[in-house]
Design a protein. Structure first.
Length: 644
């Protein structure tokens, strides 16, 4: 199973998404998971640190004046286009959005590509991003019934927050508990006001915790931003102050909580039935923490003090009323458990599985529609080039006894082509490796039609000169796909320094990385643009540094252009790595995997290939041997034979 999860902005969106991903991995160890998030928010560091592949977008909220809102809309539209590229490359079975500004454009892109979609709303008040896409997605998971006031009811599944499952499966760590200065067996209250703490609450906490029953002990996480408060309780031995507590290690050893009312905290405490005094933050969007807390209060599952009513006395009294009244404590714990969704993550995964099944139903429906199109058009042949939409059309053509052919561009056979390979009349491939999957008697190793396009391309000297390039000088084209690659752009600056002056570079940094256009202002041999029309320059260049997509491989081998290939690790079935490996094994290119890519490896590869005339010529010859410059015409002749 291939899952794409989009999330960002705050921990309230990010940690439930990670919890679901972890559960997917436990159930499906071989599943592939890709995260998409903002390039400048916490997810850009938190998610890769958790061991997941991550692709970034740049988005912002629809807030501020009309100019700022207009800029945000423009970013959303641009992000939607970039997201489409990510999704086409990764080919997920489902896309799941956990909110945050970045979620909307990805969910729109997934819906446009007809990929099954699901969004998750953690709070009782529906966020703007989820409101924006709620009519486009297939399913909506909620944690509160109140959300049905906004969402289309027929799409809603009240399954809860995946962090509830994380909490339920957490293991108490007695050593960690003791390291906090706590006594085992003593009634323990955990106080936490978010990862940064709350200075307003910290100030009144000192007096509120005085003169309480000695049967209570407190572990008080004052927040990483309030470390000056670590010594506030030096005269109160029952209060143990730290800047941070790993709550999952102590939840099953505590008796109560004093905390904010964020979605994650609510999910965790209800999953475990921990009685709590909730102090909702008044500074969050739409005052959603107040409404989250109100649901628990109305169910007798927690008590609440709004911050406007918070003082030493109200907090002191609330502690005594809840934590020192055994009957009230037990009743609150039971009611909290009733609201809990400890199986949330697994229930959501089952929903995802059913949505994947819905995709099969869509395929069946599309097959019927395609039959109508084909009857109307009455083609002599139907040719499929892959992608989700190809399978139902090829099935329809086969059912109508129309000659059929599919084309596989990559070395790893795509799902759509696998689905129809036994129904079609002929299969055109570009790599011998495909014969491991396809029925050999149907296979024709004819190549990619883009090889012919490249072979027939015409060098445009005026366009070449407009890029700032000198005719006759050894020229290397660097291109990492139409969107570029921010990870490669960052190291390229130093990698191209101190190279032989006989080289010049034209660097297409990608339309999504225009901020890099001035990175090489101090390197006159490097000419940076956001896009290069490669067909106008191919016959004037001496080398390529590029991804290993099917089209690029077809073009460079057709023309015998020596290349350093940097396969994208984010594509379906890692097919670019296998594409590149075929060339490397034939001595037709060199390769650097992205995990091994750094300034030195790239600098050395450039010198070894482009500055060694013998190696350059040998690589060019081997590339030409693999090329299929007549691919388009050979495929047309195959079509003619199938029609006859």
């Amino acid at each position: 199973m291939r899952i794409c999860i989009v999330t960002g902005g705050t921990g309230g969106h990010i940690y439930p998404a990670l919890a679901l991903a972890d559960s997917f991995r436990r159930l499906y160890p071989k599943c592939k998971i890709l995260f998409i998030g903002n390039d400048d928010r916490m997810e850009a560091s938190v998610i890769p640190a958790a061991g997941y592949d991550f692709r970034s977008l740049h988005t912002s909220g629809l807030v501020g004046n009309i100019i700022q809102k207009g800029r945000a809309v423009a970013q959303l539209v641009k992000a939607r286009g970039i997201a489409k590229g990510y999704l086409r490359d990764f080919a997920p079975d489902i896309v799941i959005g956990f909110g945050g500004y970045v979620s909307a454009p990805v969910m729109m892109a997934a819906a446009a590509l007809k990929i099954p979609t699901m969004i998750h709303e953690q709070n009782s008040i529906v966020g703007k991003s989820n409101q924006l896409v709620m009519n486009k997605v297939d399913a909506i998971v909620t944690c509160y019934e109140k959300c049905e006031e906004v969402f289309p009811k027929e799409k809603v599944h009240l399954l809860g927050n995946p962090r509830a499952t994380t909490a339920k499966e957490s293991v108490f760590d007695p050593d960690y508990f003791a390291s906090l200065g706590l006594e085992p067996g003593k009634k323990t209250i955990l106080i936490m006001m978010g990862s940064l703490g709350s200075s307003s609450v910290n100030e009144l906490m000192t007096n509120a915790l005085k003169n309480l029953d000695p049967s209570l002990q407190f572990i008080y996480a004052c927040g990483k931003d309030n470390s000056e408060n670590l010594h506030l309780f030096d005269d109160q031995p029952a209060v143990h102050v730290v800047d941070f507590v790993d709550s999952l290690k102590v939840y099953k050893g505590i008796d109560g909580l004093i905390c904010r009312a964020g979605a994650t905290t609510i999910a965790e405490l209800t999953s475990l039935g921990i009685p709590a005094i909730l102090i909702p933050s008044p500074y969050v969007a739409n005052n959603h923490q107040f409404y989250n807390a109100s649901v628990l209060v109305d169910a007798g599952a927690a008590s609440m003090i709004e911050e406007k009513d918070l003082n030493e006395k109200t907090l002191h009294d609330a502690i005594e009323n809840l934590f020192l009244d055994p009957e009230q404590w037990e009743k609150t714990a039971q009611n909290a458990r009733k609201l809990g969704k400890p199986a949330a993550a697994y229930d959501i995964i089952r929903l995802c599985e059913s949505l994947k099944g819905r995709a099969v139903a869509q395929l069946v429906k599309a097959r019927g529609i395609a039959k109508g199109y084909l009857r109307d058009f009455a083609p002599d042949i139907v040719i499929g080039f892959g992608g989700y939409v190809s399978a139902p059309v090829m099935m329809a053509a086969a059912a109508l006894k129309i000659p059929t052919m599919i084309h596989e561009q990559n070395s790893i056979v795509g799902k759509s082509n696998q689905l129809v390979m036994n129904k079609v009349d002929a299969i055109v491939t570009c790599y011998e490796k495909c014969e491991e999957v396809f029925p050999k008697e149907k296979v024709h190793l004819l190549g990619n039609p883009r090889a012919t396009t490249a072979k027939e391309s015409v060098f445009d000297p005026d366009y070449f000169a407009s890029l700032g390039l000198e005719p006759g000088k050894k020229t290397i084209l660097i291109m990492m796909g139409s969107l570029g690659s921010s990870s490669v752009n960052e190291l390229m600056t130093n990698a191209l320094k101190n190279l032989d002056p006989s080289l010049q570079f034209i660097y297409a940094c990608g339309k999504d990385n225009s901020e890099n256009l001035h990175l090489f202002d101090d390197q006159p041999a490097v000419h940076v643009v956001d896009f290069v029309d490669s067909l106008k320059v191919y016959k004037g260049i001496d080398g390529l540094i590029c991804r290993a997509g099917a089209t690029t491989i077809a073009e460079l081998t057709s023309l015998g252009i020596p290349a350093i290939l940097i396969p994208s690790p984010y594509v379906a079935n890692n097919h670019q790595f296998y594409n590149a490996s075929v060339l490397v094994d034939a001595g037709a290119a060199s390769m650097i995997e992205e995990k091994d890519l750094n300034e030195k490896t790239l600098h050395d590869a450039i010198e070894n290939l482009f500055l060694d005339p013998e190696q350059w010529e040998k690589t060019a010859q081997n590339a030409r041997k693999l090329g299929k410059p007549a691919a388009a015409y050979d495929i047309i002749r195959l079509c003619e034979s199938l029609i006859k």
